[in-house]
Structure formats: structure tokens, C-alpha cells
Design a protein around this ligand. Structure first.
Ligand SMILES: C[S@@+](CC[C@H](N)C(=O)[O-])C[C@H]1O[C@@H](n2cnc3c(N)ncnc32)[C@H](O)[C@@H]1O
Length: 210
């Protein structure tokens, strides 16, 4: 999607993707990744997701990247935190408590930003991107993340003929095509979800980056 599309969604508060509570699959499957205390988790395309609070409550440091300053500022406001704001090249960095949120394009991040992040949480990030951007996104993460690195990835699968994305439908086969050369993929489970009034399957995967 064009950046303008997302900035406008936030401007108009068309944020139906925002759950406002911890994601059920996150709560169910994250413990299986056995993250050590005080680890650092990267949340790409983070919006103002409450899931970042889930990680902070477990003693983790959270690094997020989000295009919209409205989303980043709303997140800190809702957490009652006043961030320090600095400019780092093309990115604005907001820091307060256990959160470091970069405002800008995920493709502007580099290794230095994530050097301590051995964990990743991708909910509504990969599936927010059109097909033309997906492999670029997966390769970008693979290039900038340290090793070892594990990721919880949550996708939605539904009949794309019934509704246009985002969110885009990504089946386990498509996920495997995107990541087979980048990571070992373990299927964790699935459940049914409603997306734009139609039935979808939410799939959860644990990736171990090669
Ligand atoms: C579907 S929302 C999901 C937000 C969050 N992960 C959640 O679960 O609520 C996708 C988010 O990605 C952001 N986004 C889209 N393209 C981006 C890019 N190239 N770099 C950084 N953020 C981006 C959008 O502004 C939007 O907030």
C-alpha cells in the first residue's frame, strides 16, 4: 500500500485492525517461544497495539516501527508516558519506559536499530502489505535482525475474491514460499476469525531465522 493510504487511515481513525486488547493467539502461543526475561522484542508495523504492553508486562523491552506519528503518539498517551523524541536519520525515535518506537518506514531501519532484538512479533504486519512488497519486507527483516532470532507470525487466510485487502489473505503455503529460505517454520495452530464480515482462518507460526 502507499504510505499515504495508512497515514490517511490514522488521520480518519479508520483503524478496525486495532484490537485494543491482547491478541488471543499472542497470549496462547508466545509462551511456547520461551523468551528469557528482559529480552528485547521487535514489533514491525506496530500501530498503537496493546500487544506491546503484553511484552512490557513480562519485563521485555519493545522496539516498534510505525509509519504514522498519530499512532505512535496515541500509544504513549494511552500508556500515560511522555516520550523523549529524537531524530535518527529518516526516523523519529520516541523513547519512554520499556518502549522505543521509531516513526517512519520499516525499510529505513537498519541492523544497528535491532542489534539486541532476538524476538519478533508480527501481527497484522506481513498481511498489511500487498504481494509486491511482501518478499522485500521478509528479506529486509532477515537482513537487519541479529541471530539467533525467533518470531511469532500471525496471518489470516480467507477468500480474497470476496473482499479486497488489506488485510491480505496469506495461506500457510504462501507463508512458506516467503520464508522457506529465510527461516525454519513451525506451525503453532489456527482459529477462526471474522474479517470485514467474512469468515477467515487465523494461522500462527513460530519462525527460527537461519
Ligand atoms: C494493519 S495495521 C496493524 C498494526 C498493529 N500491528 C496491530 O496489530 O494493531 C498496519 C500498520 O502498519 C503501518 N505501516 C504500513 N506500512 C508501513 C511501513 N512501510 N513502515 C512502517 N509502518 C507501516 C500502518 O500505519 C499501520 O498502523
Amino acid at each position: 500500500m502507499e504510505k499515504e493510504f495508512w497515514l490517511q487511515r490514522w488521520q480518519e481513525q479508520q483503524i478496525g485492525f486495532h484490537e485494543g486488547r491482547f491478541n488471543n493467539s499472542l497470549v496462547q502461543y508466545w509462551p511456547q517461544l520461551k523468551t528469557p526475561k528482559a529480552a528485547c522484542v521487535f514489533v514491525p508495523l506496530c500501530g498503537k497495539s496493546q500487544d506491546m504492553v503484553f511484552f512490557a508486562e513480562q519485563g521485555m523491552h519493545v522496539i516498534g516501527i510505525e509509519l504514522s506519528a498519530l499512532a505512535v503518539e496515541a500509544f504513549f498517551q494511552e500508556q500515560d508516558l511522555t516520550p523523549d523524541i529524537s531524530q535518527e536519520d529518516e526516523l523519529q525515535c520516541y523513547r519512554a519506559g520499556p518502549y522505543t518506537l521509531y516513526c517512519g518506514d520499516v525499510f529505513a531501519l537498519h541492523h544497528e536499530h535491532l542489534k539486541d532484538c532476538h524476538w519478533v512479533y508480527d501481527r497484522a504486519a506481513l498481511i498489511a502489505l500487498p504481494e509486491s512488497m511482501r518478499s522485500h519486507y521478509c528479506r529486509q527483516l532477515a537482513n537487519i535482525l541479529p541471530r539467533p532470532c525467533r518470531s511469532l507470525v500471525i496471518t489470516l487466510e480467507y477468500d480474497q475474491g470476496l473482499k479486497a485487502g488489506p488485510p491480505f489473505s496469506i495461506s500457510p503455503d504462501s507463508l512458506s514460499e516467503l520464508y522457506c529460505e529465510i527461516a525454519e517454520i513451525e506451525t503453532l495452530g489456527n482459529c477462526t476469525e471474522e474479517v470485514k464480515g467474512i469468515s477467515a482462518i487465523e494461522h500462527s507460526f513460530a519462525l527460527t531465522y537461519r
